[in-house]
Design a protein around this ligand. Structure first.
Ligand SMILES: NC(=O)c1ccc[n+]([C@@H]2O[C@H](COP(=O)([O-])OP(=O)(O)OC[C@H]3O[C@@H](n4cnc5c(N)ncnc54)[C@H](O)[C@@H]3O)[C@@H](O)[C@H]2O)c1
Length: 344
């Protein structure tokens, strides 16, 4: 795999963050063309292998940054309460930050923490010169406003890209920190469609975390963008028009094979844990589970040209992009030119 740097966020961004987006050539498990012009068997986009590639690249640059500038990127992860899934995500993010050679700082607050306590911690992290990236794990307990909390993070350290200032800049095609999941999706799409101009893209789901930023990035790349959500009544018809379908709905098996235009690229962001009795029972006697996406994978792969699996597709790219964003933020905060970290 090779990696090259290019602006991620549309034709207009030439500012500091543009330097750190990564364009990748992806290894695929190839498919083939069917007699009806459909792909017969889609290329499987291996997000895990390529997320590993991005992380390796980040780690090499971190090493070079330490040696050349004496700076170590620092990622602070804040977890409020003890939601089991959030705990797993936080552990994994902190471990991968350490694997990439970064400093990882984990802050745990009790579930009944007040907004003042959380904002006081974020204020300290904003001022801490050793911290370059701040991530508050969502969801927060219901008494805390995620909007208020996210907007209290220094936008330069907002490595999730959720601060309203980063959202607005991405929306207007300016250089900004791009949310990790849509950034990872764009990297994968850019492999298949180096020139996205004029492609018709359907985004299913319009959350602030995935759907909306995904649609904005595709629009910045001059795609014709359709956005559907749970109130949309004609999603199958819209999907049949699309060269690219990105789905982030959290509805297992939502996207069916007869929705897909032959040869289209399908990116499945969905992650839902479902019972898997075929795997047996856990130690506590409960049925084992498995992760599924929003796409009827086995049938859609017969029609699509390329498709991300779940697990092993978008998820690993998301964490890799978090590390890439942290490295970018660190470079930016220290005025380090990414070009000086290029490997031979
Ligand atoms: N792979 C990753 O790294 C990653 C990152 C973030 C989210 N996710 C997953 O992506 C999915 C979406 O996450 P989110 O945070 O955007 O969720 P969300 O609940 O905030 O938003 C869901 C969106 O899907 C739409 N929707 C719901 N049901 C629908 C239906 N039947 N048809 C069409 N649209 C429908 C809703 O209108 C909404 O816009 C979840 O499964 C989540 O776990 C994965």
């Amino acid at each position: 795999m090779t990696l090259e740097l290019k602006p991620s966020n549309g034709p207009n961004n030439s500012g500091p963050f543009a330097r750190f987006s990564v364009r990748m050539k992806f290894m695929m498990q190839p498919g083939g063309l069917g007699a009806d012009g459909s792909s017969g068997s889609a290329d499987i986009i291996d997000g895990k292998a390529h997320g590993d590639g991005v992380r390796r690249k980040v780690r090499d640059k971190v090493e070079k940054m330490k040696a050349a500038y004496g700076v170590t990127p620092g990622l602070a992860v804040v977890l409020v309460g003890n939601d089991p899934s959030s705990e797993i995500y936080v552990r994994s993010k902190c471990k991968l930050a350490v694997d990439a050679g970064m400093n990882s700082l984990e802050f745990r607050l009790p579930a009944d923490s007040t907004a003042e306590e959380l904002l006081e911690l974020i204020g300290r992290l904003n001022r801490d010169p050793e911290v370059h990236g701040i991530l508050v794990q969502l969801p927060l307990p219901p008494h805390l406003s995620s909007t208020l909390v996210i907007n209290s993070i220094d936008p330069m350290k907002d490595v999730d890209g959720f601060h309203v200032s980063n959202v607005g800049m991405v929306g207007t095609g300016q250089d900004a920190i791009v949310p990790c999941t849509p950034l990872g999706c764009m990297m994968m799409l850019r492999h298949y469609h180096p020139d996205l101009r004029g492609k018709t893209a359907l985004v299913i789901g319009h959350s602030n975390v995935v759907g909306k930023p995904m649609a904005r990035l595709l629009l910045n790349a001059d795609c014709t963008v359709l956005v559907a959500h749970k109130s949309s009544t004609n999603i199958p018809q819209l999907a049949r028009l699309a060269d690219i379908v990105v789905v982030a709905a959290g509805v297992p098996g939502l996207v069916k094979a007869d929705w897909i235009k032959p040869g289209a690229t399908v990116i499945d962001v969905g992650i839902t844990r479902v019972p898997a009795p075929e795997k047996g029972v856990q130690e506590d006697g409960s049925v084992k589970t498995r992760i599924v996406g929003d796409v009827d994978f086995e049938n859609v792969r017969r029609v699509a040209g390329a498709i991300t699996p779940v697990p092993g597709g978008v998820g690993p790219m998301t964490i890799a992009c978090l590390l890439a964003n942290t490295l970018s933020a660190c470079c930016h905060l220290h005025g380090i030119d990414d070009a000086s970290l290029q490997l031979e």
